[in-house]
Design a protein around this ligand. Structure first.
Ligand code: 13P
Ligand code: SF4
Length: 303
């Protein structure tokens, strides 16, 4: 059955001149049929370089929006248009405008996990894999970091010369992982390194041996001689971790490390999207124009 769907997707991709981009958190069978699987930074970059007319984005809404903003002339298909990231809505334009009146010498730094309507008020976007490089290169002393308070706090600790103003956004999935879960996992697997995503809380991150993006976690484990790891991020990464490291054991911290939005993307929905050429990511010309600058600045500064 799965084989037939896979063949159908391959045929539709050629017919429609489509490329399929997938995030590491989508189900394994979707990662398998994708042309590219990556973290949010890699996928944003690939989206700008893909020659195909159609981008089918196996991910959540802010990822499809970024692909559309960076490629306004392309059709961006979202296999499930309701696949969303709650954190991407956790700051308002008004909060940003208020902060701009309060502080001089302020840069508004927007995590890519945010909607275009928010990005348009920011100076620059970042992802977890390029945030340190980008924020440390900014001339401004005051940094309003939106929407993720945990990534913001992680960055603030690395840059004591800057004044970080944090927002209360957070990833509901990563904050499910509590310090007690990490302590239990470490007790269950003594001496094993903990690899964590910076969306985890500081209480969890203090126990991590490596903190990085999904691609960073995968690369760290792959380069290491260790054969067991505790993984503090969404369990979709286990598929690539296990593929690249056969024989290595990867343990989740607890049993709820699942992003419901990412798991909405299925093979059947990809077939339907390619057949019907919908649902399509739509953004107004104004939203595209205004949210492009911070995304493009990210791509330039991250080089
Ligand atoms: P990455 O930038 O590591 O892909 O993370 C995206 C994300 O949504 C993490 O929850
Ligand atoms: Fe958003 Fe969290 Fe899902 Fe990442 S894991 S897409 S931050 S809800």
């Amino acid at each position: 059955m799965e084989n037939r769907i896979t063949e159908k997707i391959a045929r539709l991709k050629t017919e429609k001149d489509a490329v399929i981009l997938a995030h590491y958190y989508v189900p394994a069978e979707v990662q398998d049929i994708a042309d590219y699987v990556g973290d949010s930074y890699a996928l944003a970059k690939i989206a700008t370089a893909a020659p195909q007319k159609v981008i089918c984005f196996a991910g959540v809404s802010f990822m499809g929006e970024s692909a559309k903003v960076l490629n306004p002339d392309k059709t961006v298909l979202m296999p499930d248009i309701t696949a969303d990231c709650p954190m991407a809505h956790m700051v308002t334009p008004q909060e940003i405008l208020d902060m701009r009146t309060k502080y001089d010498d302020l840069a508004v730094v927007c995590y890519i996990n945010s909607m275009a309507e928010i990005k348009q008020y920011a100076d620059v976007c970042v992802t977890s894999s390029n945030a340190v490089k980008i924020v440390s290169a900014l001339p401004q002393k005051n940094i309003f970091f939106i929407p993720d308070r945990n990534l913001g706090q992680f960055l603030a600790a690395k840059m004591p010369e800057k004044n970080f103003i944090l927002n209360q956004g957070h990833c509901p999935i990563h904050v499910r992982i509590k310090e007690e879960h990490i302590l239990k996992a470490k007790a269950d697997h003594p001496g094993i390194k903990v690899l964590a995503h910076p969306e985890c809380t500081p209480e969890v991150l203090q126990h991590a041996d490596y903190i990085g993006s999904t691609a960073g976690i995968i690369d760290f484990a792959t380069a290491s001689a260790d054969t067991e790891f505790i993984i503090a991020t969404e369990t979709g990464v286990f598929y690539e971790l296990e593929k690249r490291n056969p024989g290595t054991k990867f343990y989740p911290v607890m049993d709820q490390q699942l992003c419901e939005g990412m798991k909405k993307v299925t093979l059947e929905k990809i077939v339907a999207a390619l057949e019907n050429m919908e649902p399509v990511m739509e953004l107004s010309a104004d939203e595209i124009q205004k949210s492009k600058a911070p995304l493009q600045k990210m791509l330039e500064l991250a080089k």
